[in-house]
Design a protein around this ligand. Structure first.
Ligand code: GDP
Length: 300
């Protein structure tokens, strides 16, 4: 089994390639839940949704969120009615949020609710929330302490960020399924996701780093130079006191990473890193990068 730590954009692009080489049942994905929120009475788990839709063949590969061909009738009507609908949610996507909320209100854990949704959607990979406890990313801005979704979607990431905070304070426990997936893996892959908002929350879950120290870990950088390929990783790395680059990313993973992969064009040197094309602009490039990662795992 290959176990992958994932956020909602960069790593799913790598998963698109990995699943062309590894059968879905042999893949386990530990997914960040620190961007989750209750919204419009429903439970939104953006990174879990993206990973579920990817494996279900439903994902919109243009945006890397939501369901391909979805409609937005409810969203438009809600706005007309005066709902503060800052997050654009498609109709079919919303149905998943409704069902997840229903399962959670019935007392299921997020792991249980995700497994139930995965089964209905025909997902054969294991999709594992990092924790069943609430644990969310907030950023301190001149507008106050904002949930990551407020900062990134409502304010379009335009506000200066002084600090990245996780709430509630204290580390949540990783689920048993997550620890088993890391311990039982032939290799663990940390995909090119935002180190501060996607990977760090997973690493902060109790038990994860200890398990990773025992595992063979391959990590892929989401940076070329001081710019991420997309998203707010640059300012958020700086706000978290880390250098926004492959080197800063490597330092976050240094204590457990065995192989580090960075882009051939990256001017920032990470000693001992494997260089390849990491820009996954299409499925073929995702597969090519996945092949490099698997090759490193097999030549461990
Ligand atoms: P989020 O949950 O939507 O924030 O998504 P992730 O954290 O999973 O992914 C965001 C990160 O993916 C950003 O830091 C990007 O730099 C990185 N990323 C996006 N596309 C690519 C790509 O093609 N190659 C690499 N190496 N990184 C990418």
């Amino acid at each position: 089994m290959i176990t992958v730590l994932s956020g909602g954009t960069g790593t799913p692009k790598l998963l698109r390639g990995l699943r062309r080489l590894v059968p879905d049942p042999d893949l386990a994905v530990v997914v960040n839940t620190a961007e989750d929120c209750w919204l419009y009475g429903n439970h939104v788990s953006p990174d879990i949704d993206t990973v579920l839709y990817l494996f279900a063949g439903l994902l919109d590969h243009g945006t890397w969120w939501g369901i391909r061909g979805d409609t937005f009738v409810t969203h438009e009507m809600a706005r007309q009615l005066g709902v503060d609908a800052f997050l654009r949610v498609g109709d079919r996507d919303r149905a998943v949020h409704i069902r997840r909320a229903e399962l959670l209100r019935e007392g299921r854990t997020l792991t249980g609710a995700t497994a139930a949704l995965a089964a209905v959607l025909g997902v054969q990979a294991q999709v594992l929330p990092m924790t069943d406890a609430p644990y969310a990313t907030y950023v301190r801005t001149p507008e106050g302490l904002l949930h990551f979704q407020e900062y990134w979607v409502r304010h379009r990431g335009t506000l200066p960020v002084a600090e990245v905070v996780r709430l509630p304070p204290g580390s949540p426990a990783a689920t048993g399924a997550v620890i088993d997936a890391i311990r039982g893996a032939e290799a663990v892959v940390i995909g090119p996701s935002n180190p501060v908002t996607s990977i760090a929350p997973i690493l902060e879950c109790r038990g994860v780093v200890e398990a990773l120290r025992e595992a063979f870990v391959v990590a892929v950088s989401p940076f070329i130079g001081t710019e991420p390929i997309s998203g707010p990783a640059g300012p958020l790395m700086a706000a978290a006191g880390q250098e926004p680059s492959s080197l800063g990313t490597y330092r976050l993973y240094a204590e457990f990473v065995d192989r580090f992969v960075q882009d051939v064009r990256d001017p920032v040197e990470v000693p001992g890193a494997v260089r390849t094309d990491t820009l996954m602009v299409d499925e073929e490039r995702s597969e090519a990068l996945a092949r490099v990662v698997l090759d490193l795992a097999h030549r461990r």
